[in-house]
Design a protein around this ligand. Structure first.
Ligand code: 5FX
Length: 539
């Protein structure tokens, strides 16, 4: 077996549409990358890796499909000559919130799988609920309202679990299964998240849920990092025994089972580190640290924050941090991302990013006091839809010049991210002791290649912006975390483990006057948002 010094590390990601793997060597260089697309497993007839049911609210994925995809992925790696004997440790992630219901007696089968048959053939009868609810499900509004009512309101649920009750969160899915399929619930001996389910396959036993992915369930007390008794009580009887323990995300949960040793040539000493959710996994893959904010500019924009003093709110999610047991992370999702930017580009810049950038460069920071909120589709943060323009006197106006419009959409989007991040307890650039080189914005996704947009980002956040290519950040995070777990977890800072990873590229640095301008504009943005929200309730 490869020693700690020359071993390789595997990171898996059981994501919505694919099962992916990255292998890195001890210098953190990627030596293998492959994936299996779930829709290619035709017998399961999924679209985008899932089934949307007739009510358009219920969304599930066949649990056994994930097992079969892992069989194929590992077979392909073997055929390509991948040397499993060098793997010192593995870890990974799964789509958040999804749940797996193991039938009574399944542990017996899981811990005795034989190398002469594939895993999916041996585990096919192991699930009391054959179709796992996944994060795209929104059928549990009733269960959400019940939880908020029992616990004393949405803020109370957020104070305990890090988020108000959300339909896709696992506790609400479990409550629905208990209420609608009590016989299936009663036949369940263990409930896993997709992440802990994946780790269970590798260790041939039930892997515990890690506290970071566990924070996406509305059932974990994010402060004590243990199950919240009131939440368990409010869900279903006998739930505590079905959930098992919660562990820190860096914990070694076992060695690979003899099935993997015999079928693929893994070393029996290969350690399995707890799997986590894909978003926490990405935080690790992006090597986020205190003072950082990661902004992914995609179809929808996502923001990750490193937090030490979280303030759970009715918007956004606070999770236990996957690489530092004393810290937290926040997750914010904004629906109007690149489609909105492209729409303004098409209308004001003739469809050209170059012209769009020229418009941005020709307008001053702060846009002469003109501010815009652009929500083409119903936004999550804030819950509003429509286009709203305000002039320097705070009056609503019906149009801006092309120059003003372009700057207004970009500044508006970043101001909103800054305001929501601050609400969750994030101290940004100027009012934070981590100002300067310690505070960074990591930009990823399509629009992060646009220099003019990055400059606005640096100015609004008063922080240098670095560009991160994160196509497979969750997978990479799994491989880094595998190494972290093997090196000792909490006794070794994660930053030490990833210190030799390639440097990020500096994309933009803030202008010296940015700080004053945008601090004031944040206040203007909040006022504008209040007006927008009051108009939404009236209509
Ligand atoms: C986060 O709360 C989500 O629901 C998604 O980002 C899933 O984790 C995607 F897999």
């Amino acid at each position: 077996m490869a020693g700690k010094a020359d071993g390789t590390f595997l990171g898996f990601d059981f994501s919505t549409q694919q099962i992916k793997v990255i292998a890195i060597d001890n210098k953190l260089e990627t030596i293998h990358e492959s994936a299996v697309k779930l829709d290619d497993l035709k017998e399961f007839n999924t679209s985008g890796g899932c089934h949307v049911h007739d009510d358009n609210l219920t969304v599930t994925a066949p649990t056994i499909m994930w097992v079969k995809a892992l069989d194929i992925l590992l077979d392909n790696m073997k055929t390509s000559g991948f040397d499993f004997s060098r793997v010192a440790a593995l870890s990974g992630s799964g789509q958040q919130h999804g749940s797996v219901f193991w039938k009574t007696g399944a542990l017996e089968i899981l811990s005795n799988v034989q190398p002469n048959k594939q895993l999916h053939e041996q585990l096919k009868d192991c699930f009391s609920v054959a179709d796992s609810p996944i994060w795209m499900d929104s059928s549990t509004s009733k269960q959400c309202r019940e939880l908020e009512q029992i616990l004393g309101g949405p803020q109370k649920v957020a104070d305990i679990t890090g988020s108000r009750a959300y339909e896709r969160f696992t506790r609400n899915q479990i409550a629905k299964i208990y209420q609608t399929k009590p016989e299936a619930y009663n036949k369940t001996e263990r409930i896993s998240l997709v992440s802990s389910f994946a780790a269970s396959l590798f260790i041939g036993g039930y892997a515990p849920i890690d506290d970071s992915d566990g924070s996406g369930m509305n059932m974990l007390d994010i402060h004590s990092r243990t199950w919240s008794e009131p939440c368990l009580q409010a869900t279903a009887p006998g739930l505590s025994e079905k959930m098992g323990p919660v562990v820190p995300s860096h914990k070694v949960v076992g060695s690979v089972s003899s099935y993997f040793v015999q079928s693929f040539g893994f070393s029996p000493d290969c350690q399995v580190v707890a799997f986590t959710g894909d978003n926490p996994g990405s935080l690790a893959g992006m090597r986020l640290k205190q003072g950082d904010i990661a902004i992914s500019l995609g179809t929808s924009d996502t923001v990750f924050l490193w937090l030490t003093d979280p303030k759970p709110a009715l918007e956004g999610h606070i999770l236990a941090n996957p690489v530092d047991t004393s810290a937290f992370m926040a997750l914010l999702c904004f629906k109007n991302g690149s489609l909105m930017r492209e729409k303004i580009r098409d209308r004001c810049a003739g469809g050209s990013w170059e012209t769009f950038s020229q418009h941005l460069d020709s307008t001053p920071m702060g846009n002469n006091g003109n501010l815009g909120l652009y929500f083409d589709v119903q936004e999550i943060l804030p819950q509003a839809v429509g286009t709203f323009r305000f002039n320097s006197k705070g009056e609503q106006v019906s149009s801006f010049s092309d120059d003003e419009e372009v700057r207004a959409v970009i500044e508006g989007q970043f101001l909103s991210k800054r305001v929501y991040a601050a609400k969750l307890g994030y101290s940004l650039g100027i009012d934070c002791e981590l100002t300067g080189p310690e505070s960074r914005v990591l930009a990823t996704g399509g629009a992060s290649s646009n220099k003019a947009i990055l400059q606005v980002m640096a100015d609004v956040f008063n922080s240098p912006v670095y560009i991160q290519d994160v196509a497979n950040s969750a997978c990479l995070g799994g491989a880094y975390r595998a190494k972290h777990g093997l090196m000792g977890g909490s006794s070794v800072p994660f930053s030490e483990v990833v210190k030799d990873a390639p440097d990020f590229t500096l994309g933009a640095t803030p202008n010296p006057e940015a700080d004053q301008i945008y601090l004031k504009l944040c206040e203007e943005y909040k006022k504008a948002e209040n007006i927008v929200l009051s108009e939404q309730t009236i209509s």
